[in-house]
Design a protein around this ligand. Structure first.
Ligand code: G3P
Length: 219
């Protein structure tokens, strides 16, 4: 399973660069950083060799394709994030024919994901947290998408997005989702367990009873 970091913050990306397989951004995350977008994107692509998703904001196909071409020139690993609209999927088709990878975003149903795959999306991002927030079952939608893709052999990869807590990551992994994109604070929580901390404290305390001459690093 691949883990992407869902952030535009370069400090967070640097901290976890050794672990992560890619990065996803969106206009909200970019705005939070308060710095020029292209500058931030260039820096992120220098830190991370895996896919880095950058989103277009135009609403018409031509505008999206124009923005996408500009973003794609920043680095080889840029993936163009396109919202799931009719003009968006037309842009995905055009970009696919030009060899520019896309991540279709704001996906909330298996039918939307089916259309994205048919149009040649490289990735599709179902927003599990926002589906849950609206009273739905985000992981059930992911399961449906995975089944549909499996049924027809679509190559589009599912990125479980809008992840809110560690349980979302486990559930995505149990479903066999190929990728989850995870906010920094949630990813940090994946390392932690209170019994790990307690176990280390106890081992260190007991270690004090072992004669120091026999310990590694003492000689
Ligand atoms: O990057 C897209 C997605 O992960 C956004 O998450 O928490 O704003 O629903 P959220």
């Amino acid at each position: 399973m691949k883990l992407y970091l869902d952030t535009a913050n370069v400090e967070e990306i640097r901290d976890l660069a050794w672990l992560i397989d890619g990065v996803t951004t969106n206009p909200t995350l970019v705005a939070r950083e308060g710095r020029p977008f292209m500058e931030a994107l260039t820096e992120i692509c220098q830190i991370v060799s895996g896919p880095v998703s950058a989103e277009v904001v135009a609403l018409d196909t031509q505008g999206m394709v124009r923005e996408a071409r500009e973003l794609a020139q920043v680095a080889k690993n840029v993936v163009i994030k396109i919202p799931l609209t009719e003009p968006g999927l037309q842009a995905v088709q055009k970009l696919q024919s030009q060899g520019i990878p896309t991540n279709v975003t704001l996906v909330f149903s298996a039918n939307q994901a089916l259309l994205a795959a048919k149009c040649g999306a490289s990735y599709v991002s179902p927003f599990v947290g926002r589906i849950d927030d609206a009273g739905g079952d985000g992981m059930a939608v992911v399961q449906e998408i995975l089944t549909v893709y499996e049924n027809y052999g679509f190559q589009t990869e599912v990125i479980v997005a809008s992840v809110r807590h560690p349980r979302h990551v486990v559930e995505a992994a149990l479903l066999g989702a190929p990728i989850a994109t995870v906010p920094y604070d949630v990813l940090k929580k994946l390392f932690a367990h209170p019994l790990t901390e307690a176990g280390i404290a106890r081992f260190l305390k007991d270690w004090e009873k072992v004669p120091s001459k026999s310990k590694p690093g003492q000689g």
